[in-house]
Ligand binder design. Structure first.
Ligand code: OAD
Length: 247
């Protein structure tokens, strides 16, 4: 039975890597990017999520992030986020790599996490590169300005930009080390994360996918669990705890 295979594997895992995408936050009421209800249905990524768009029209880009922060600010971490925090406690070696910029994982108190696309509650000076929390910055203009006078931008990775090297190095290191990967709520089309499941697999690791529907990752995954991450992840935690108790 699939459940047994997944539970057995988890029970013998030495290093668990979890990767998440927008789907984990969907049950918190935060729109995903692709699909019928996705942000990229109503907005063009190239008008809002590229360095070129920000250089051309910083006000519109900033307001779009303000709108998203409004939704996210009213949202709470859901059962899926909380289950991942529980997984962190159940494994000696654990890392979460999230593509999400909403900060919801951080609000569960998780410690071992790489936000590979940044965080929209942080800002970065376009001149000095210094980062700060948005709430610590005086909001006198749109977009706000750094003390040095330069415009502040969201501290996120836009299309055409590279992932900060420290985050990327850590991700690549753990992809080599982990023996099990759970990949949750991502369409698996944005690189570099899209290539991670295959790399883990080629290194002999076991890949578990959690999604509401099949994705390109399904072809690589050893097990695909279809359903809401807020239902499936707590179930995985329950199975694992039971298995560990049985010894
Ligand atoms: P997508 O919107 O591309 O994909 C969301 C995935 O979540 C889809 O595969 C859905 O089927 C799945 N999903 C939706 N609801 C779910 C639920 N309740 N439980 C489980 N799965 C669910 O989002 P990402 O893959 O995260 O990048 O997108 C990757 C990157 O593309 C984002 O980080 C962002 C975007 O453009 C940048 O902005 C740089």
């Amino acid at each position: 039975m699939m459940n047994n295979q997944v539970t057995d594997r988890l029970a013998s895992t030495k290093f668990l890597l979890v990767i998440t995408g927008a789907g984990i936050s969907a049950e918190s009421g935060i729109p995903t990017f692709r699909g019928n209800e996705g942000l990229w249905k109503n907005y063009r990524a190239e008008d809002l999520a590229t360095p070129h768009a920000f250089a051309r029209d910083p006000e519109t880009v900033w307001e779009w992030y303000d709108w998203r922060r409004g939704i996210i600010g009213r949202a709470e971490p859901n059962a899926g986020h909380l289950a991942i925090k529980e997984l962190e406690e159940l494994f000696d070696n654990f890392l979460l790599i999230t593509q999400n910029v909403d900060g919801l994982h951080g609000r569960t108190g998780i410690r071992n996490m790489v936000e590979i696309h940044g965080n929209l509650w942080r800002v970065r000076c376009t001149r000095e590169g210094k980062t700060s929390m948005l709430m610590d910055v005086p909001l006198k203009s749109v977009p706000p300005k750094c003390e040095c006078g330069a415009v502040l931008r969201p501290d996120v990775v836009w299309f055409g930009e590279s992932i900060p090297s420290l985050a990327l190095e850590k991700a690549f290191r753990v992809i080599e080390q982990c023996d099990t990967l759970i990949v949750v709520g991502t369409s698996g089309v944005v690189y570099p994360v899209a290539s991670f499941p295959e790399t883990v697999k080629n290194n002999g690791g076991f890949v578990i996918e959690v999604n509401v529907e099949p994705t390109p990752i399904s072809a690589v995954a050893d097990a695909s669990l279809y359903g809401n991450s807020g239902d499936i992840l707590p179930m995985l935690v329950k199975w694992l705890r039971r298995k560990r108790q049985e010894g």
